[in-house]
Design a protein around this ligand. Structure first.
Ligand SMILES: Nc1ncnc2c1ncn2[C@@H]1O[C@H](COP(=O)(O)OP(=O)(O)OP(=O)(O)O)[C@@H](O)[C@H]1O
Ligand SMILES: [Mg+2]
Length: 349
């Protein structure tokens, strides 16, 4: 069905039954969230699957599969089917979505729901088509799309239809999206394929270089969440275990906040530059709004200690971390579903 056909079929329904059996999904590099129309957020799981190498069958998904990352041997393979915000393994994505839908189905949704999916603003046509195909094969009856920054903005309570400019910076697992929103549209944006995954990789690379210590991606993420900081006055210590690749034996090192600050320097500079470029692209008429209203930080990366203060000192603008940085995108998409007529102009055609 064409896009206009889908919309007219939606609007042909009686008010109150609009988009019934519909769901919104934030198919993220790190986490997938599902919002069920009329109910709210019903699923929050890591975007990870574990596959039997011999049969190709999926043996675990979400939280259960995430604990297997880096721990599987020759029989199983735990993997993330998305990278940098887009699908890199179509079969695994489809299997993961099918399982997530059936987890959500326990909450009595339609067999073939209509799905509103959030996509990065820098996504290509080919990548959009991959998302659409994965959702349809996983059971979607119809697929509608919205840009992540618009959904996030609604999720944090911004009135997107207003003429005033608002800036959202979403630091996810695989992407950092900077967007200025006014009159229901993204008027300036800068999207880079750098996010939490690259912060984890930077921590691994630093420990490998400084201590000859090899750690897995889950350990790197744990270190980041436990003591990730860009604050100069943070002074903490943390024991990290891994494999000493010189001696070939397991070792434990006491690392400190300075190690982390050094490890993160380069990635953080890239993220700050992305925000600066986003600001440079802002139409002058909206710049004064941004000066007044500042920037809202969303995505899990917004929780990195001191990032808000650093961005404040680098840009001179007020910075606010969203109350719900990990769930505001799907929440916003859910609110679009709940009031689809009001927000119809936000959908990607
Ligand atoms: N307290 C924390 N400090 C730093 N990073 C964190 C914290 N909590 C979560 N993260 C990171 O946030 C990222 C996940 O954020 P989020 O769920 O917003 O990403 P995503 O939506 O799946 O990715 P994307 O939008 O790029 O596709 C992960 O890299 C995770 O390690
Ligand atoms: Mg995201």
């Amino acid at each position: 069905m064409s896009f206009s056909g889908i919309l007219s079929s939606i609007f042909a329904r009686k008010p109150g039954t609009l988009l019934s059996n519909s769901m919104a999904i934030d198919l993220g590099t790190a986490n997938t969230l599902i919002y069920l129309q009329g109910r709210g957020i019903v699923l929050e799981q890591p975007s990870v699957v574990s596959i039997d190498r011999e049969t190709g069958e999926m043996v675990a998904v979400g939280n259960e599969a995430k604990v297997m990352l880096g721990r599987t041997g020759i029989a199983l393979h735990a993997l993330k089917p998305l990278k940098d915000g887009v699908i890199t393994n179509a079969t695994a994505t489809m299997a993961m979505l099918r399982e997530f839908f059936s987890m959500a189905k326990k909450r009595k949704i339609s067999m073939r729901p209509r799905i509103l999916v959030c996509v990065p603003s820098g996504i290509t046509e080919v990548e959009i088509s991959a998302v659409r195909t994965a959702l349809e094969r996983a059971g979607a009856r119809e697929v509608l799309l919205v840009s992540e920054p618009l959904a996030s903005a609604i999720g944090v309570g911004i009135l997107v239809e207003g003429a005033a400019g608002n800036m959202i910076v979403d630091i996810g697992g695989g992407t950092t999206e900077v967007a200025v929103i006014s009159l229901s549209a993204i008027v300036a944006n800068n999207s880079i394929r750098i996010g939490g995954d690259e912060i984890d990789e930077a921590i691994s690379a630093y420990l490998k270089k400084k201590y000859s210590l090899l750690i897995g991606e889950r350990t790197a993420e744990r270190v980041k969440i436990r003591m990730g900081t860009v604050l100069e006055d943070d002074d903490e210590e943390y024991e990290v275990s891994g494999l000493d690749f010189v001696n070939g034996i397991p070792e434990t090192y006491l690392i400190n906040s300075e190690d982390i600050r050094n490890a993160l320097k380069e990635v953080i500079v890239t993220i700050v530059d992305a925000v600066r470029h986003g600001l440079e692209k802002t139409p002058p008429e909206l710049a004064s709004d941004i000066v007044e209203r500042g920037i809202v930080l969303t995505g899990g990366g917004a929780l990195l200690r001191g990032l808000d203060k650093l961005l404040m000192s680098e840009t001179g603008l007020p910075i606010r971390v969203a109350d719900n940085p990990l769930s505001c995108t799907v929440l916003g998409a859910g609110l679009i579903l709940e009031d689809i007529y009001r927000y119809r102009n936000l959908l990607i055609q």
